[in-house]
Design a protein around this ligand. Structure first.
Ligand code: 6R9
Length: 690
């Protein structure tokens, strides 16, 4: 955070173009009618929060035992609770209500990796499948409060697994299927999962991933795991290891069960799930969400930010392994009784028209993706969009990172045909659901701005150095929230003091998001990106410390510093500076065998091999999505005399802001007088830019 002021001062100016919403013939009446209505309801949600949330919770969710208390606790001790004497079941809310009312209606459309292969799953079928899996989990001894790891590809069974946990009051911990065995192992052990649910293989972009093999590798170091439940996605039994004592096949287990399982009575504040996310330190945090407040945030944002009506088909292209998948593939759409799309493939498979083919095929009404996908598709050209009608769309959304105006305008013109509103939705794993966003057909939009806060969200912009709130418009600082909201994370699993340290303590009395933000002259919010050591690669949150820890595990690495560099497609990319241990050639053979095989790192071949090994090291420790873009092996890092790495130097050199050692370039680095060895700057510039 020490670099926050510097990061914020580097942000650009705000373009002024405003897009005013237009009414379209034939569209249903919006859930929020006008900007005045938004302002009125927003005002009530802040000034008369108890009345607002009481009504919202009662009209949106089905309560088994209604609540009488609306909110208690606060940021200071991190003891926030909402509706805490109420009881309900998340699965009953997402599934049973609609299975009873409209059993034949499609709950899930599965678009498989191969175009043309899709499935429609009705609410009654979803209900049955979820009950079967819930009974399987009960038969494995899973009980209320137990944590179940879910390591699944994008198949409906991933949702069945999550909802089955919710049904019996178990806590799901979904681990993105792109994570490596090491990362999966750490997450399983942290939450002491007894059961892991996975698949034989994943299929994406025509390629298979070995999920069960990876799970086996992880579970070999997880003494807590008693059972592994394996769904057959490909049925390639020869390629799938199976340990008869511990493993069970999904299809065999559900065949033994009754397709009804009563929902467990769950308190509003009982945990619903844990989701690990990267923070400023190397160890991922198990962000814990509870039941009622989370469900309310998911349901209301789908209804109002996406203007969902009951016959809508909600197409969120995220992966269930991330918060966006939890809230906008699984819970949010289903809580509204809408149809949700589970998309197994990728935007460019088998060609860059895949998203648009999917929209037309399933008549998707709300389409939600990340700026990185929009930028990549824009680059590939408009010809891939041209063959598609896209006339079912009513709202298109963006999430995960700031969207640059060029990408916004392309999305608006090419996908939105210059008439469909874009919702640039700002939120985080910790916020549970969207907190700043336009409302479609209501809020005038400006490309690149997430615009205005959602119900009950009171943003505050603070000066990062003094912690003073910057009131009024035309201010830039760090984004904090002033009051608790229902879907906020309640703790970090097993480490409440870390929760307090990261979110509540940096600015007393506020929740700290970790993002920099500008409030412009119209009161619109422009989220600038992280001011901490978190980088955002293709919308995936990664901690620089976590990547550094992975690099340091390599026997030859003495030190590593990782920073984010700007990238036209992925937003940011991983740039690593690595210092090697002294390894004289003659000493190499005495090190571990993998090291002994390597040539000495000083030669060009040695350097190339070393770099490849380091890339591999990060992929193996975290996952392929964390592949570094560049690794620079340097004799040292720029450090202060007290030994602190001066990251701003590394950042400026890597981003090409400083390319030569001419005095006027070097002066752009600011005060270097605290550097222990000022000579290192020229060495770094030469390494990076020669
Ligand atoms: C939902 C999600 C959270 C971080 C967040 C911020 C960035 C997300 C954004 C955005 C600008 C948006 N972020 N949406 N920045 N505009 N519309 O992405 O959760 O993975 O926890 O990441 O993503 O930096 O702090 P998560």
């Amino acid at each position: 955070m020490s670099d926050a002021s510097e990061l914020l001062s580097a942000t650009g100016t705000t373009p002024e173009q405003v897009y005013t919403p237009q009414e379209q013939p034939g569209w249903p009446k919006g859930n929020v009618g006008t900007l005045d209505e938004y302002r009125k309801r927003y005002k009530q949600s802040i000034e008369d929060g108890d009345v607002f949330w009481d009504k919202a919770a009662k009209s949106t969710l089905k309560w088994t035992i209604p609540f009488t208390t609306i909110r208690s606790g606060g940021f200071e001790d991190g003891d926030v609770s909402w509706f805490h004497d109420g009881y309900l079941n998340a699965c009953e809310n997402a599934v049973d209500r609609w299975a009873l009312k409209n059993p034949k209606k499609t709950a899930i459309i599965w678009e498989s990796d191969e175009p043309g292969q899709h499935l429609h799953i009705s609410f009654s079928e979803l209900f049955k499948q979820v009950c079967l899996v819930a009974n399987v989990l009960l038969s494995f001894g899973v009980r209320k409060g137990d944590v179940v790891a879910v390591y699944m590809p994008m198949v409906p069974e991933a949702l069945y697994a999550m909802l089955a946990c919710a049904r019996i009051g178990a806590v799901h911990s979904v681990v993105f299927a792109g994570f490596s065995a090491d990362a999966l192992r750490d997450r399983i052990n942290d939450a002491q999962c007894k059961v892991v649910i996975t698949a034989d293989q994943g299929v994406r972009g025509g390629k298979r991933s070995q999920l069960k093999k990876i799970t086996d590798e992880a579970v070999a170091e997880c003494p807590c795991v008693e059972r592994v439940l394996v769904f057959q996605r490909t049925g390639d039994v020869l390629a799938t290891p199976f340990h008869a004592g511990r493993d069970r096949w999904w299809h065999e287990e559900i065949a033994k069960q009754r397709p009804y399982c009563p929902p467990t009575l769950v308190n509003s504040e009982d945990p619903l799930f844990i989701l690990y996310t990267s923070g400023s330190t190397g160890k991922p945090k198990g962000v814990l969400h509870t039941t009622a407040g989370y469900l309310l945030g998911a349901a209301l944002t789908v209804r109002d930010v996406f203007d969902v009506h009951s016959d809508d088909v909600f197409g969120c292209m995220a992966d269930v392994g991330w918060i966006t998948g939890h809230t906008y593939i699984c819970y949010g759409p289903l809580l509204n009784g809408a149809t949700t799309v589970v998309f197994e493939s990728m935007p460019t498979y088998p060609n860059p028209g895949r998203y648009w083919l999917t929209v037309d095929t399933h008549k998707i009404t709300q389409f939600y993706t990340a700026p990185t996908a929009i930028r990549a598709l824009r680059r590939l050209g408009d010809a891939h969009v041209a063959p598609y009608k896209l006339d079912s769309l009513r709202v298109i959304g963006s999430v995960g990172e700031p969207i640059n105006p060029e990408a916004w305008i392309w999305y608006h013109e090419q996908i939105g045909k210059s008439k469909i509103p874009i919702v640039d939705t700002y939120w985080q794993t910790e916020t549970g659901s969207i907190i700043v966003s336009p409302l479609p057909r209501v809020t005038p939009t400006k490309p690149g701005s997430a615009t205005l806060p959602f119900w009950g969200i009171e943003p505050a912009i603070l000066d990062p150095t003094t912690g003073q709130e910057l009131k009024g418009n035309d201010v830039t600082g760090v984004l904090c929230l002033k009051r608790p909201w229902p879907s906020m994370a309640r703790t970090v699993f097993g480490d409440h003091s870390r929760y307090l340290d990261v979110y509540m303590k940096p600015y007393k009395g506020y929740y700290f998001t970790g993002d920099g933000v500008t409030r412009d002259k119209d009161g619109y919010y422009w989220v600038r990106g992280r001011v901490d050591d978190v980088i955002n690669v293709s919308g995936h949150r990664l901690s620089t410390a976590e990547i550094e820890s992975a690099l340091i595990l390599h026997p030859r690495v003495a030190e590593a510093a990782v920073i984010g560099v700007n990238d036209d497609v992925t937003g940011q990319a991983i740039f690593c500076y690595v210092v090697l241990k002294e390894t004289p050639a003659e000493a190499v053979s005495t090190l571990s065998t993998s090291v002994a095989r390597m040539p000495h790192p000083d030669g060009p071949d040695g350097l190339k091999r070393m770099t490849q090994e380091l890339v591999q090291q990060v992929r193996q420790h975290i996952g392929p999505f964390a592949t570094p873009k560049r690794i620079v092996i340097s004799p040292d890092l720029p450090k202060t005399r007290s030994g602190k790495i001066m990251r701003r130097i590394l950042r400026k050199v890597a981003n090409g802001e400083i390319k030569s050692t001419q005095e006027e370039e070097i002066s752009k680095l600011g005060d270097l007088s605290t550097l222990a060895d000022p000579g290192i700057v020229a060495v770094l510039i030469a390494k990076v830019h020669s």
